[in-house]
Design a protein around this ligand. Structure first.
Ligand SMILES: [Zn+2]
Length: 277
C-alpha cells in the first residue's frame, strides 16, 4: 500500500473521529463474503488491517455470518478458519439465523451507535449502509483492504453539523458537542484580568533631583553666612593674645619651663620656613 493512500485513510478516519466520535481500537464488523474473498486472495487479514487503519483494531463477526459460511461448502474452509480468529458479535438471531448482510444491517442499526467499521464484499449491503452517515467501509481489492470514500450522506451530515455550530453560541456548541461526544471538553476562555499591558501608557521616569549647591537649602534659598557667635569671638581674641604672650619669657619660669618654651618657638619657626619654601 502506498504511503499517499495510507495518509488519505488516516485523514479520513480522523474526520470520522471528529464528526462521529470514532475511537481506537477501531471495531471492524466483517461479513462472510469479505472472509471468502480475503481467503481466496490469501491475505493475512491482521497485517492488511494494520496497513489500512494504522492503529489498533478489533475484529468482529456475527453468528449469522458464521452460519452463512458453514452453509456454503465451496471454498469456505479457509474462510471459516479466518472467521475463527474474530470475536463473536452476538446478534438477536442465534436460534433463527438470517442472511449475513441483513444481520449486519441490523447490528449497525439506524445510527451506527457503536461506531462500527463495516468490512463487506457485498455491494448491495454497502450501498444500503451508505445512506447512514458515519459508517467507514472497507473491502478487499487487488490483494489489499481498501477504504471507501466518505458517502454523500456522511458529507452532508458533517456540513450540516458545521453550519449549525457556526450559528450557535459557545454554550450551545458545547451542548451539541456534549450530546454527540460524551468526552468532549471545550477549550476554556482565558479570563482577562486588568487592562491590556500593551495599551497602557508607560509611566514617566522621575528624574533625580539636581545636585545641591553649597549653602543651598532644600527650599532653594541660599544659606547666609553665619556670623560667629559673640562668645567665640571673645575666645579667639583671647587665643591670639595668649599666642602673643606665649613667647614672652616669664621672669619666674624655671629651667625646665624655659627649655619647653624654646622648643615650641623653634618648631613654630621651622613650620613657617617650610611654608615659605
Ligand atoms: Zn444475526
Amino acid at each position: 500500500m502506498r504511503t499517499k493512500t495510507q495518509r488519505a485513510y488516516k485523514r479520513l478516519l480522523h474526520e470520522y473521529s471528529l464528526g462521529f466520535g470514532l475511537r481506537t481500537p477501531y471495531q471492524i464488523l466483517v461479513d462472510a463474503e469479505f472472509c471468502k474473498e480475503a481467503a481466496k486472495q490469501k491475505l493475512d487479514i491482521n497485517v492488511e488491517f494494520e496497513k489500512t487503519f494504522q492503529d489498533p483494531t478489533r475484529h468482529f463477526i456475527t453468528e449469522c455470518s458464521i452460519q452463512e459460511l458453514r452453509r456454503q461448502s465451496q471454498g469456505s474452509f479457509e474462510a471459516q478458519q479466518m472467521a475463527k480468529q474474530f470475536e463473536r458479535r452476538r446478534c438477536p438471531h442465534t436460534h433463527a439465523p438470517i442472511a449475513g448482510a441483513e444481520c449486519i444491517s441490523q447490528v449497525v442499526g439506524p445510527s451506527n451507535e457503536y461506531n462500527y467499521i463495516v468490512a463487506s464484499q457485498d455491494d448491495t449491503l454497502r450501498e444500503k449502509l451508505r445512506a447512514i452517515s458515519g459508517i467507514p467501509m472497507v473491502y478487499v481489492k487487488a490483494h489489499m483492504v481498501v477504504m471507501e470514500q466518505m458517502s454523500t450522506a456522511t458529507k452532508k451530515f458533517l456540513e450540516k453539523k458545521e453550519a449549525e455550530k457556526k450559528g450557535l453560541s459557545t454554550k450551545e456548541k458545547y451542548q451539541v458537542d456534549k450530546m454527540l461526544h460524551q468526552d468532549y471538553v471545550p477549550k476554556k476562555k482565558r479570563k482577562i484580568k486588568g487592562p491590556n499591558p500593551l495599551s497602557v501608557k508607560k509611566k514617566k521616569k522621575i528624574a533625580p533631583p539636581p545636585p545641591k549647591k553649597k549653602n543651598q537649602l532644600s527650599d532653594g534659598a541660599i544659606e547666609k553666612k553665619r556670623k560667629r557667635p559673640v562668645e567665640n569671638q571673645e575666645e579667639s581674641q583671647k587665643k591670639e593674645e595668649s599666642e602673643k604672650t606665649e613667647n614672652i619669657p616669664n621672669p619666674n619660669e624655671n629651667g625646665e619651663q624655659k627649655k619647653k618654651r624654646r622648643r615650641r618657638k623653634k618648631t613654630k619657626h621651622d613650620k613657617e620656613d617650610a611654608n615659605e619654601t
